[in-house]
Design a protein around this ligand. Structure first.
Ligand SMILES: NC(=O)c1ccc[n+]([C@@H]2O[C@H](COP(=O)([O-])OP(=O)(O)OC[C@H]3O[C@@H](n4cnc5c(N)ncnc54)[C@H](OP(=O)(O)O)[C@@H]3O)[C@@H](O)[C@H]2O)c1
Length: 281
């Protein structure tokens, strides 16, 4: 774990909700926001992820970090959970929509159910929670939303469902940033490249795939959860006070260069023919 570059009282008095805060990038973000003085609530589906992480962070930091069991695909539970949070903490100043996930599949093999599940988690769940937090807290007192997406600018074979959802979140982000600007709400995205996180274990041979992918990254290494968390904290807090509607890419240069995913060559590559003018025949 690297030392944080941020001052430790930047977020004193703020309340932050981090989805997917029990593992990986979300956990590193929760740690960073709490270390900067925020009251942090981490939320995800599985009690076995959030509750030990909340207890562990509380012990590590010497201040309470709260755990909340919440599936962001469950609208009713979102409404109830936001209500509980507001009752306990009075408001929500920072929302980090980091909870999400997908599975690798060639586009044509994604089932209707698989597509719906990935969109429900990564696009609709992000929207439903953001809307609830905005309506019941941020539209009255301002706030900052950071959505964790993925690299969406180039093709991302194997991830058609998720890249569609994340590009949707990026479009939503730009629109909300404009609609809610005068309410004092900033909305931004952080788009991670390949990060050495627990998330890699969700893929067959995830770790060896990660090692292999290092050579496709100009910086020749994977990013860390802390490096991603710093970008999230930068946008969430006062350092990002004049930034809204943006996507900050955290990828060691990966989106600028190289093969993201090997695409097999056909048996024969076409001959390269240079054009000639008719008078040159
Ligand atoms: N690591 C990378 O290279 C990378 C690259 C691009 C984007 N990302 C994105 O960054 C985010 C964090 O990923 P990570 O690498 O830290 O992986 P991770 O450890 O698998 O984190 C995903 C988190 O989301 C939570 N989650 C999943 N579905 C949820 C739901 N329906 N409701 C609430 N929480 C839910 C999970 O907890 P529960 O299982 O307890 O719900 C888990 O804590 C994800 O959105 C991921 O897709 C990661």
């Amino acid at each position: 774990m690297s030392a944080s570059p941020f001052r430790d009282d930047l977020l004193s008095g703020r309340v932050a909700l981090v989805t997917g805060g029990g593992t990986g990038i979300g956990l590193a973000t929760a740690r960073e926001l709490a270390r900067q003085g925020a009251t942090v609530v981490i939320a995800s589906r599985k009690a076995e992820n959030v509750l030990p992480a909340a207890a562990g962070l509380s012990a590590e930091l010497g201040r309470p970090v709260h755990g909340l069991v919440l599936d962001i695909r469950d609208r009713e539970r979102i409404a109830a959970a936001v209500g509980e949070l507001l009752e306990t903490h009075g408001g929500i100043d920072i929302l980090v929509n980091n909870g999400g996930g997908q599975y690798l599949s060639s586009a044509e093999q994604i089932s209707a159910r698989g597509w719906d599940a990935v969109i429900a988690t990564n696009l609709t769940g992000t929207w439903e929670l953001t809307r609830e937090v905005a309506r019941r807290s941020m539209l009255a007192r301002g706030g900052s939303v950071v959505n964790v997406t993925m690299l969406t600018a180039r093709g991302f074979p194997g991830m058609a469902h998720s890249v569609a959802a994340r590009a949707g979140v990026e479009g939503l982000t730009r629109t909300l940033a404009v609609e809610w600007a005068t309410a004092g709400i900033r909305v931004n995205c952080v788009a991670p490249g390949i990060i050495a996180s627990s998330g890699l274990n969700n893929y067959p041979a995830g770790l060896s795939l990660g090692r292999q992918m290092q050579s496709t990254i100009p910086m020749k290494r994977l990013g860390s959860c802390e490096e991603t968390a710093w970008a999230i904290a930068f946008l969430a807090g006062p350092v990002g006070s004049y930034i809204t509607g943006q996507t900050l890419t955290v990828d060691g240069g990966r989106s600028l260069w190289g093969d993201g995913w090997p695409i097999p060559d056909p048996e024969e590559l076409p001959e390269v023919v240079l054009p000639k003018n008719p008078w040159e025949e």
